[in-house]
Write a protein that binds this ligand. Structure first.
Ligand code: PLP
Length: 381
């Protein structure tokens, strides 16, 4: 025998950490309780009721009446892939805005579908400008889509989703929007802004467990999917098949097996969306803004400052400049080991230059900020 296992294994009991990185964020105890409730069959009528309510709650969170609104049974990256594989056909030209990690992934998805990606880039830490997108549209009048990231978690920058969608409309383009970190944290109005396809994630500002990706498609996007000349290359993410399980209207139609839904995770998502609804979307957004101001003041009080220009900052993801001479990894590991506090490292061009402090959902609280500032102060001294 080449592998030796111990005779006994013990249950894994994680410590209670405070999660203030780029996600997953702290999950509320009521959401964790929901997760532990008895598993139902994935076609149980009571479970289907829960699915229908989850759809309604997602329509509220996204501010949309789109019938095709539901969670994909996989993380945010699968939501990205679901939007791209369903909409983009070989040869379609897609303008892909990139100002961080996630725009780059969208481009990769477009190309793997046989789409032709046109790059619009901005430096890391800055938003994509309307002028650069307009220039790409003028050069590529055949473009069918504009894809962009509303809240770029790798840099803490907000792209102006409303303005980009308005520009897309003027040029007859559909929009594919990454709202993984924006949903529930900043203003996002799918119908009013005319967004065609959008995806999010459960573990950022919704403060649910990781592993689910809410998506929503406009009627025009649904028509494009139904009118495809080629089959969607992914069986699992083909919306034409998934609707047979999730239904297309609220409560309507018979449900058929497509895949076994992650039943307990959906209890958790339902509970986290219920909490968002009970707080009220506008109140949640206001809370994120207030907590961001409090964090900023706290950081300034210990001599730290933020990377991104004030007008473009995300309240839920704060990129903090690491002072000269400070050991990035050592600080983060002391926070984790001595304080049970997780903050994020910089990625790509910003690796070693910034920390990323998340204030997402349940984690956007006075208590967390006081704890974070006090812990950082001790470690930096
Ligand atoms: C986290 C994140 C993703 C990917 O989500 P996963 O759940 O990790 O797959 C995509 N886009 C943005 C903007 C994100 O922050």
């Amino acid at each position: 025998m080449s592998v030796h296992y111990p005779n006994t294994f013990t249950s894994f009991i994680p410590p209670v950490r405070t999660l203030m990185g780029p996600g997953p964020s702290d999950v509320s105890p009521t959401v964790l309780n929901a997760l532990a409730r008895p598993t139902l069959g994935h076609l149980d009528p009571l479970f289907i009721q829960l699915m229908d309510e989850t759809k309604q709650l997602l329509q509220y969170a996204f501010q949309t009446n789109n019938n095709l609104t539901m969670p994909i049974s996989a993380p945010g990256s699968a939501g990205m892939e679901a939007c791209v594989v369903n909409l983009v056909e070989p040869g379609d030209v897609v303008i892909v805005c990139q100002n961080g990690v996630f725009g780059g992934r969208m481009k990769e998805n477009v190309e793997r579908c046989g789409g032709i990606a046109v790059d619009v880039t901005a430096p890391w830490g800055e938003p994509n400008t309307l002028a650069s997108i307009e220039a790409a549209l003028t050069q590529h009048p055949e473009a069918k889509f504009i894809g962009f990231v509303h809240a770029e978690t790798s840099t803490g920058v907000r792209n102006d989703a409303q303005a980009i969608c308005a520009l897309a409309k003027q040029h007859d383009c559909m929009t594919i929007v990454d709202a993984v970190t924006s949903l529930g944290g900043i203003e996002l109005k799918v119908d009013e802004w005319g967004i065609d396809a959008i995806y999010s994630g459960s573990q950022k500002c919704l403060s649910c467990v990781p592993g689910l990706s809410p998506v929503s498609f406009s009627d025009a996007a649904v028509a494009k999917i139904q009118g495809r000349k080629t089959q969607v290359q992914s069986w699992f993410l083909d919306m034409n098949l998934i609707v047979g399980y999730w239904g297309t209207g609220s409560g309507g139609g018979k449900r058929a097996y497509h895949h076994t839904a992650p039943v307990n995770s959906l209890y958790a998502l339902h509970e986290s969306l219920r909490l968002l609804h009970a707080e009220g979307l506008e109140n949640a957004i206001e809370r994120h803004a207030q907590m961001h101001n409090k964090l900023k003041q706290g950081l300034e009080s210990i001599g730290l400052s933020l990377l991104v220009n004030e007008a473009d900052r995300l309240p839920q993801l704060n990129t903090v400049i690491i002072p000269d001479g400070v050991d990035d990894a050592a600080v983060r590991s002391r926070l984790l080991n001595e304080f049970n506090l997780e903050i994020g490292a910089g990625l790509g061009a910003l690796a070693g230059k910034v920390w990323r402090i998340g204030l997402m959902g349940y984690a956007a609280s006075d208590k967390n900020i006081d704890f974070c500032i006090a812990s950082l102060k001790k470690v930096l001294n």
